[in-house]
Design a binder for this molecule. Structure first.
Ligand code: NAD
Ligand code: IPM
Ligand code: MN
Length: 349
């Protein structure tokens, strides 16, 4: 079997802490398996600004392009907030250069953690949806953009082609789920959203068994917390998906557990927690590593079809949660290291 290349971007603040935890779990889970891989570290984000002056050095983008999968923890933070090119610009650039237009962000309730959610258990019971977020266009990338002391301009653009390819990803996913697609938009105001609806109508004809509906983003923000079981596959634009996925994470008990996958039509996919570098808790050893560990589980499943290894990791995480070895964001007192060690112990059955 060939040796898979995994590009690792350790990032900033809690980034290196959770990446260390994730890789320790990967090492332990794969020790007696046939899965062979090589970890290759590249500078990225604030760490890369410090080393090279830019958040996405050429060697990093080339290394990522040549990899079979990419693991990223999180970047950014106050240290670089005034930098001419912030770490976040590197994140947008890597998504764009690798063509990672489809970002999958799952929200699934773990019954053991249900009481951690600020939403009533009877409201969240059975919640299981994915947000399919468009990741390389919309207001994040539209031109022109400008800023002076008196005025600033951002442009929201979408081509029909960009809309169609992300909507197809969502419909495709729904076929292995509850066959229910909700397009979240602002079609009562925005021209881009009106085009999203036209394209969705067209694409839906190819998926006659899938129920398609639409929800304005303001109402969707309400419905995600008042009736989350309504949703199966939410397909939405870049900015809406960013905001709604952080909101949805609250249903599950903590932002610190949610993984994501970003893919293009070809080339390696990138796996990363949906959260940021959490500067407020960095260096304290208390970051929740579950988002990173579940991102690695997702990588094993989606990029390498190593379902058995992925299942083992999922079960070990589940056992650890059931045993109440929990980090502070989930109401426990266990450190990143203790949680990680417990997950590794639980891999053994
Ligand atoms: P954040 O997601 O870093 O943190 C929000 C809150 O959630 C904080 O209280 C934090 O402590 C908590 N949190 C997040 N992850 C956690 C974890 N694993 N365990 C425990 N608690 C966790 O958002 P922010 O504070 O708004 O942003 C901080 C920096 O991260 C900014 O520079 C932002 O641009 C960047 N950011 C990067 C990414 C990324 O790399 N993909 C994503 C979002 C934000
Ligand atoms: C995310 C982050 C990024 C985004 C930022 C850091 C640019 O919030 O991955 O959710 O807005 O996409
Ligand atoms: Mn975000």
């Amino acid at each position: 079997m060939s040796i898979k290349k995994i590009a690792v971007l350790r990032g900033d603040y809690i980034g290196p802490e959770i990446m260390k935890a994730g890789l320790a779990v990967l090492t332990a889970a794969t020790k007696e398996s046939d899965f062979s891989y090589q970890i290759i570290d590249y500078p990225f984000g604030g760490a890369a600004i410090d080393q090279t002056g830019t958040p996405l050095p050429e060697t990093t983008i080339q290394g990522c392009q040549a990899a079979d999968a990419i693991l990223l923890s999180a970047i950014g933070g106050p240290k670089w907030d005034q930098a001419p090119k912030r770490p976040e610009a590197g994140l947008l650039e890597i998504r764009n250069k690798l063509g990672l237009f489809a970002n999958i962000r799952p929200t699934k309730i773990n019954p053991i953690l249900a009481q951690r959610s600020p939403i009533k258990p009877e409201v969240i019971a059975g919640t299981d949806f994915v947000i399919v977020r468009e990741l390389t266009s919309g207001i994040y990338f539209g031109q022109p953009r400008s800023q002076t002391a008196d005025a600033a301009l951002d442009t929201s653009t979408y081509t029909a082609e960009e809309i169609e390819r992300i909507i197809r990803v969502g419909f495709q996913m729904s076929q292995h789920r509850k066959q229910h697609v909700t397009i979240v938009d602002k079609a009562n105001v925005l021209a881009t959203s009106k085009l999203w609806r036209q394209v969705a109508e067209k694409v839906s004809r190819d998926y006659p068994t899938v129920t398609l509906d639409y929800c304005y983003v303001d109402a969707a923000a309400m419905k995600i917390i008042s009736q989350p079981t309504f949703f199966d596959v939410i397909i939405t634009a870049n900015l809406f998906g960013d905001i709604l996925s952080d909101e949805a994470s609250v249903l599950t008990g903590s932002l610190g557990t949610i993984p994501s996958m970003s893919s293009g039509s070809t080339g390696p996919s990138l796996y990363e927690p949906i959260h940021g570098s959490a500067p407020d808790i960095a260096g304290k050893g208390v970051a929740d590593p579950i988002s990173m560990i579940q991102s690695i589980e997702m990588m094993l499943r989606e990029s390498f079809q190593e379902n058995q290894l992925a299942d083992q990791i999922a079960q070990a995480v589940q056992k650890t949660i059931a045993a109440k070895v929990l980090p502070p964001d989930l109401g426990g007192t266990a450190s990143t290291q203790v949680v990680t060690e417990q997950i590794i112990k639980n891999l053994k059955g």
